[in-house]
Design a protein around this ligand. Structure first.
Ligand code: GLU
Ligand code: ZN
Length: 281
């Protein structure tokens, strides 16, 4: 299910930052990886601002992001921000709901913890509490993917990472993830899958911290009949002192800070390119 992409076609990649905080080195690495893979294949590099996280989203940061990318010496095409696409998320959620593939969940985080949820690749694995009980209309509901039902419909699925090779979809470490948040018409998983398809992205480039999420995105592509891209999950930067992987938002000064201090962004980009080559798993 889902349509395979023409492998010989020039790749379309994207960088999709959320304006919840400034860009850091990890973001720069992702942007450079996407940019360079597109350029090397004669393709296109897109910028998409993922600004649906209402209260945390700061529109002023998007302009800083553009300046940061320019400072790094990158060129891109900007596609519409997520906040303009809410209707498409709602339509997809309606389609999944009509097919019984998502179910309402009113649990709070503490209820999920109290139910003895195990920790999986992306945090707690939802123990399925709401799957078999009628929703309480008085409480706000998120909508979760019924992973068992979904995979029964799609059959076995494969996705391909350009570095790690073919991957068999396995949702067991993820559980029934949220596709529609209590406060928004989509979660990250649903929005990013729909947007990448709408933008014609053929090579999804991002850090290995999001590797597991691709199992979900591949499942959604199959369920919604979307084109199937390839993925490139790059290695993560490590703290030079502790050797620990640097999360995107921690551990280094913001790019904007370095830019405003007069540092040479193109030089930094060159250093990151060298690091990208040496970053293994
Ligand atoms: N907005 C997401 C982030 O900044 C994008 C992740 C992705 O590239 O899929 O983490
Ligand atoms: Zn629940």
């Amino acid at each position: 299910m889902g349509q395979a992409m023409d492998r010989a076609a020039p790749p379309v990649t994207r960088f999709a930052p959320s304006p919840n905080g400034p860009l850091h080195m990890g973001h720069a690495l992702s942007a450079i990886a996407g940019h360079d893979l597109a350029r090397a294949g004669g393709g296109r590099f897109l910028l998409r601002i993922e600004d649906i996280d209402g209260p945390r989203s700061r529109p002023d940061l998007a302009e800083e992001f553009r300046r940061d990318l320019e400072w790094l010496g990158l060129q891109w095409e900007e596609v519409p921000a997520q906040s303009t696409r809410l209707a498409s998320y709602a339509a997809a959620a309606d389609a999944l709901r009509a097919r019984g593939l998502i179910y309402p969940c009113t649990c709070t985080r503490s209820e999920i913890e109290a139910a003895g949820a195990l920790t999986g690749t992306e945090g707690l694995i939802y123990p399925g509490t709401c799957k078999h009980r009628p929703p309480d209309p008085a409480r706000p509901a998120a909508w979760r993917l019924d992973a068992e039902r979904a995979l029964a419909q799609t059959g076995p699925l494969i996705w391909e990472d350009t570095r790690a090779g073919p991957q068999a979809v396995d949702l067991s470490g993820l559980g029934d993830v949220v596709l529609v948040r209590k406060d928004l018409p989509a979660s990250y998983h649903l929005a990013v899958t729909l947007d990448d398809a709408a933008d014609g992205v053929t090579l999804v480039t991002r850090g290995k911290d999001l590797f597991a999420a691709s199992h979900i995105h591949r499942t959604l592509q199959a369920l919604l009949g979307l084109p199937v891209p390839r993925w490139h999950h790059h290695g993560l930067l490590r703290d030079p002192e502790t050797g620990e992987k640097l999360a995107k938002r921690r551990g280094s000064p913001a790019l904007a800070e370095r830019r405003k201090a007069g540092e040479d962004g193109r030089m930094l980009a060159q250093q990151l390119r060298v690091q990208l080559l040496s970053l293994g798993t």
